[in-house]
Each structure stands twice: as C-alpha cells, then as structure tokens.
Ligand binder design. Structure first.
Ligand SMILES: NC(=O)c1ccc[n+]([C@@H]2O[C@H](COP(=O)([O-])OP(=O)(O)OC[C@H]3O[C@@H](n4cnc5c(N)ncnc54)[C@H](OP(=O)(O)O)[C@@H]3O)[C@@H](O)[C@H]2O)c1
Length: 425
C-alpha cells in the first residue's frame, strides 16, 4: 500500500521529539514528505504552529499530522515508510509501535538506551521482522551512535591504511556537559528493574558467532576500579551510557563477524572487526587519580544500591510514577550550552599493534545531538536506503553501524566537524 509520508516522528510533543521536528523543519531535504505524530491532535497542532512561527521569512514548510496511540497505533505505522520514535521509556511504552511497524511494513528507528527492551523485542519480533523485511535500528541517538559509528570508523581506517583489523577499542568521554528530562530519568529507573539487562552478551544471542574465538569480550560494568589510560594520561571511571553503548558495539561486532560472505561484502566490507577477540570498553575520563578513586567508589556504591533497591518491582513502580508525574523538561539555554567530547583509541590486530585515535565533538548530548542524529538517520533510511547497508540486508534488528554504515558519519560531518582522526589525543 502506498504510504502518505516518507518519514514521521512519533512523540513530537515530548522534549526530544520536538527538537527532532524543529531540526527537520529547518533541514529537511527537498521533496521529503514528513509528519509529526502523537496521541493528541491539539498538542500536535500547537507544535506545527510553533514550527511555522520559528523561521522568519522563508516559505512555510508542509508538515503533516498523524494521531495514534494505544488501540490506534496502527495509524502511525500505516502512514509512513520510515517511523522514528522518541516515546519512552521504551520498556513501558515501546512495544506496540515495534509490532505495528513490522506488521505494516514501516522501517523503524528509536533512541532507546535500554538493553533489556532490545533483548525482549529481538526475541519476540526478530523472526517476523526478517519475514516481513522490515529494518529496525534502535539506539540512534547519543546512545549509541558516537560509540558505535566511531568504532566502525576506526575499523575502516585500519583496513584502508594498514590492511588489518582492530582488536580493541576504548571510548573515553572526556567532556559530557548535558541535561536530562523526566523521560530519560524514568528510562534509567526502568533499566534497574530488569536483571536480564545486566547480561553483557544479551544483545548478541541472535548472532551466535560461527567461530568461537571471534567473540567480543566481557567488561565488568559498574563494579570496577579506575583504569589508567596511558595514551590520555587519564583515569577511566564508569560512564552511565556505557551500559547500553558497550552492548550495542558488541552487537555490531557480532553481526559483522557472523555475516555470511555475501552479506559481509554488502556490509561495507566490514566482515569482522578483527581476526581474533574484539574488546570494547567505555569510560568517563578524569585527570586526578584521587578524584578517580573517590568518584569510582561513590558511583559504584550508588549504582549498586540503586540496582538492589529498584529491582523491587513495587518500589520501582513508585519511583517511576513519581518521576513521570514530575514531568520536568530541560532548559533551552542549558541545551544550547551543552556539548560532549569523546576520544576513541584503537589497537590494530597486527603482531605489533598500531594505535589509532579519533575525536568526536558533539552538541548537547541528550537533546541537540540526539535529535540531529535521529533526524539525519531517518532521512537516510527514507530517501537514500539504496546507498546504505540496510538496503542489502534482510530485515531485522540492526545497529547504527551495521544498518547505516559510514554514510551516516558523512551526513553528520557535513554540517559540523563531527568525527576526525587525530595523531595523538
Ligand atoms: N538515546 C539518547 O541519547 C536519548 C537522549 C534523550 C532521551 N532519550 C530517551 O528518549 C525518550 C523520551 O525522552 P523525552 O525527554 O523526550 O521524554 P518526554 O519529554 O517525557 O516525552 C515523552 C513523549 O512520549 C509521549 N507519551 C507518553 N506516554 C505516552 C503514551 N502512553 N502513548 C503515547 N505517547 C506517550 C508523550 O506524549 P504527550 O505529550 O501526549 O504526553 C511525549 O511525546 C526517553 O526514553 C529517553 O530515555 C534518549
């Protein structure tokens, strides 16, 4: 059936969804037919009015409205070729749209940072997504695009320059100045509710590795001592988003390693990240040794306590409702000020490993950068699917690196110096 729109943003009345709509209003490619969607016609009309008033002069852009949720969620999936959703926590609100998109042939992108949700969706709908040839790309925001695509970039650099693979990547967030809304905090609360989300290999189960030695390695999140990173002269301590990012990067490595020869050619030639074991780690970087040990102790204590308390379903529900009802939103000025810097260090898989570095500089992580990444990924999938790996893949749940490839990096670099190789950090 012919779809009315190329692309649609579901959750456009929320903090991130509104930013995605604003980004599209200013940056939509010519000819893109797009719409905003949500559960309230009145709120969506207000968003469109706000968009029209936000750009002085210039031609008003045509923005469609689609109303749907609960029993009418099919309206959303039926309306567009590609659906982006920012309605979260995904563990609580995400499943109906995943199902509807697979049933009504809409490719799907989200910005979840909730491994337990992905594990559940892959188990429940992975086969149907392949049968219906629908592409689903979760984690298309700050979680986990810099980590995942930065790693792919390093793998491609090693292959192009040295004809070898990469056996180890460490991502260090040396700057993280951002804000969070109630949607993000509520999602973190839900993360603690589900012990299965702790499985470091949870996102690799549907890509069992054909060669046992080609596995990605476990790193014990949240329980570790600071790790000295000699290349940076810094100490690595737990990074909250690393919890989702590490699993997504490991999933990419597993998909690449598991790909059949024909598929691997189509996956940009990244048939495997390395010839042996692939290790991925992620940290916040801190200069002071004393500061690192102190913060690491405090964080480990807080995170382990939160994990124990919030695993209790009744308490989790109470805290979740409290945060959702508070409905706090990020301050626009704080979003404008926000930024982040990630340095990635890769070791090649040669007998005498070389070290490669990249640097990624972003806007405000949670809102500025996430909305830009999601909108650019959505436009790629809607308008240029033939130019990205997703085109050659049988449908299913993929990662940003395996489905969008380096093409998304090109897009992100077009408007800003997003990722670059550096000689030393
Ligand atoms: N990957 C990343 O880097 C990243 C960054 C930021 C946020 N996030 C995630 O994005 C999600 C949204 O965050 P946010 O700050 O935008 O949250 P938010 O401001 O609370 O917005 C939530 C949106 O969901 C809609 N919604 C709530 N309950 C619904 C229901 N029962 N049916 C249909 N729609 C419903 C709301 O619609 P109404 O207006 O009608 O209530 C609103 O549009 C969270 O899960 C957060 O963790 C990810």
């Amino acid at each position: 059936m012919e779809k009315q729109y190329d692309l649609l943003i579901y959750g456009a009345t929320g903090s991130v969804g509104k930013k995605v709509a604003e980004y599209l209003y200013r940056n939509a490619r010519p000819g893109l037919k797009w719409a905003i969607a949500g559960r309230s016609q009145g709120k969506l009309e207000q968003i469109v009015e706000g968009l029209k008033g936000s750009v002085e002069g210039g031609e008003p852009v045509d923005v469609g409205i689609v109303v749907g949720s609960g029993e009418t969620i099919d309206n959303v999936a039926k309306a567009a070729k590609v659906v982006m959703t920012t309605v979260g926590p995904y563990e609580v609100l995400g499943e109906p749209l995943v199902k509807a998109c697979i049933e009504h042939n809409a490719d799907y992108l989200d910005i979840n940072g909730e491994p337990q949700f992905m594990v559940r969706m892959i188990e429940k709908y992975g086969k149907l997504a392949k049968t219906n040839n629908v592409t689903l790309i979760p984690t298309c925001g700050f979680d986990s695009v810099p980590s995942d695509l930065g790693t792919l970039f390093l793998v491609e650099e090693a292959k192009r320059n040295f004809k070898c693979g990469v056996s180890e990547v460490t991502s260090v967030f040396t700057k993280f100045d951002g804000t969070a809304g109630s949607g993000s905090v509520a999602s973190i609360v839900k993360l603690f509710a589900e012990p299965s989300s702790l499985d470091p290999y949870g996102l690799q189960k549907d890509y069992p590795n054909p060669e046992p030695e080609k596995v990605t390695e476990y790193f014990p999140d949240w329980h570790y001592q600071p790790e000295y990173i000699p290349e940076l002269g810094m100490y690595g301590i737990p990074f909250m988003l690393g919890y989702a990012n590490t699993r997504v990067v490991r999933r990419s490595a597993s998909i690449f390693a598991s790909a059949t020869p024909t598929e691997s050619v189509k996956l940009n030639g990244s048939d495997a990240y390395c010839s042996g074991r692939f290790l991925y780690k992620e940290f916040s970087g801190i200069q002071s040794k004393v500061g690192a040990y102190t913060l690491c102790g405090i964080l480990t204590g807080i995170l382990n306590t939160a994990q124990k308390l919030l695993a209790n379903k009744t308490l989790n529900e109470k805290v979740f409702n409290l945060i959702t009802n508070m409905g706090f939103k990020p301050d626009d000025k704080a979003i404008e000020r926000g930024s982040a810097r990630v340095v990635q260090i890769a070791k090649t898989d040669e007998a005498e490993p070389r070290t490669l570095f990249t640097e990624i500089n972003t806007l405000d992580p949670g809102f500025g950068e996430t909305s830009r990444i999601l909108a650019e990924a959505g436009m790629l999938l809607a308008l240029e699917k033939q130019s990205i790996p997703a085109h050659s893949l049988v449908g299913g749940f993929y990662t940003p690196a395996t489905a969008l490839g380096t093409r998304l990096l090109d897009k992100l670099n077009e408007k800003a110096d997003w990722i670059k190789r550096i000689d030393s950090p």
